[in-house]
Design a protein around this ligand. Sequence first.
Ligand code: TXA
Ligand code: MG
Length: 350
Amino acid sequence: MFRGKSEMKSKYVDLKTKKDWKLLEEPIQAIQQGELVIFPTETVYGVGANCFDEQAVEKIYKAKGRKSDNPLIVHIANFEMLSQVATNISEIEMKLMKAFCPGPFTIILPKQENIAKAVTMLDTVGVRMPSNEIAIKLIEGAGVPIAAPSANISGKPSGTRVEDIKEELGDKVACIIDAGMVDIGLESTVVRVIEDKVKILRPGKITKEEMEKVVGKGNVLIDEHVLEETKTDEPVLSPGMKYRHYAPETKCALVYGKEENVIKKIQEIGREKEILVICKNRNKDKYNTEDMITMGDTLEEIAHNIFRILREVDKYQKEIVLIEGVEKEGLGLAIYNRLLRACEFHIINC
Ligand code: TXA
Ligand code: MG
């Protein structure tokens, strides 16, 4: 029923307001039949397939235009599913999982051999147990762990609402489950335990500080590539780090420093160039321009809005987009990490 060529018409499933789980029957069947489903998680939307079905997983790479050496995260519904995808889990890895699963947390573990090769060409697999109720019901219903990257064409900001995703991927999947805007808005924290130290490969909602409470201060490290550009041939712990990410067509710059300096700097550049300003709500009256998008005030609000905003900037057709920086602590580290990439590491320190 879902077979078809590129003009596949996807089934739209509306779970924005009502919790009618019967509506999940079609997406569940689609997963079981080797098709792709776009589904919500608490972080961003995912585009998923049965992680044991080689051909189904390959469709994900094709739909996204994703490089085959960039592995996928496997999503499980409960701890019973864990042994289907990973093996040889250490005490500290289990301690982290018990603390942060279900939730916006991905841990790199030794992989179970029967997962599709297309999921990961490494000997490890990223495992995540989402807390979103729809995601859990979909995985439980399908009866298999679901391999899923963020729902977006490779390089674009991750999809946080169906309006943004359906143009990019709508005709490449069997079903789209719409649950409205996601909660968090940034992808999960990705970690790997190496010699009993927790290494953050991608910062997210679960912060360094929260993990330190579980494994002790000094035992959580931030991988150097979180805040630095990766050289083309450099070996990296997480292949996703080496690819261009989130950057709009318009050139963007991250303006970072004390808030008053940031404001002054943006005002100054605005006198010379055609700019679009992305700023905190509290600063919106500081700039003498209509060409502005506000991103909220708290880190939670900024995380929630930033990917949607990055998708909007090109339509302003400006010379440069100037984005107010955020602190690098707590959830701020995750936002800063995404903004750096959106700006292709173009930072104006002031
Ligand atoms: O919140 C999320 O994590 C979302 C939702 C859908 O769950 N998923 C997501 O997946 O962001 P994706 O594929 O867009 O990002 C996964 C990142 C990539 O940078 C990838 O390189 C890295 O995790 N990764 C996956 N498996 C890995 C592995 N075995 N070793 C190292 N890094 C891995
Ligand atoms: Mg992604």
